[in-house]
Design a protein around this ligand. Structure first.
Ligand SMILES: [Zn+2]
Ligand SMILES: [Zn+2]
Length: 131
């Protein structure tokens, strides 16, 4: 089992497994939300995910277009997000503790990546999101 937490540690969760590896999304919204070159996240099935503490500190931000991100009210760390249509949780990989035994699977939305970012040549890319 893997556990994860935000920067201040107030929000904690556990995941018993991930599927599909880590994908980095380079869309403009993920770059803003993460304050970096991309987001980096893995998917966990609903039944494998559990909040351990701090759920009352989870704050939601939603853009007019519907892009939604959850974050810790205390420290601002981005947090896992329930994707009911996929019976999964989207879990930011940087929150995970220890070695979750994940590998980088794909770069997505690379058509909108920052000009200053250099991608590793061995990882598959998609010009936009998952089809
Ligand atoms: Zn926090
Ligand atoms: Zn994105």
């Amino acid at each position: 089992m893997t556990e994860g937490a935000c920067l201040c540690g107030a929000v904690r969760f556990s995941a018993t497994g991930f599927y599909g590896g880590v994908f980095k999304c380079h869309c403009s919204k993920c770059r803003k939300a993460f304050g970096g070159a991309s987001s980096a996240a893995a998917l966990c099935r609903e039944k494998d995910f559990r909040w351990l503490q701090g759920e009352s500190l989870i704050h939601r931000y939603r853009t007019e277009s519907g892009f939604t991100r959850f974050f810790c009210k205390e420290c601002g760390s981005i947090l896992p997000q329930h994707l009911p249509q996929h019976q999964s949780y989207w879990v930011p990989a940087g929150l995970l503790e220890g070695d979750p035994d994940l590998t980088l699977r794909k770069h997505i939305h690379v058509d909108s990546k920052a000009a200053w970012e250099v991608l590793d040549p061995d990882t598959p890319t998609l010009p936009e999101g998952f089809a």
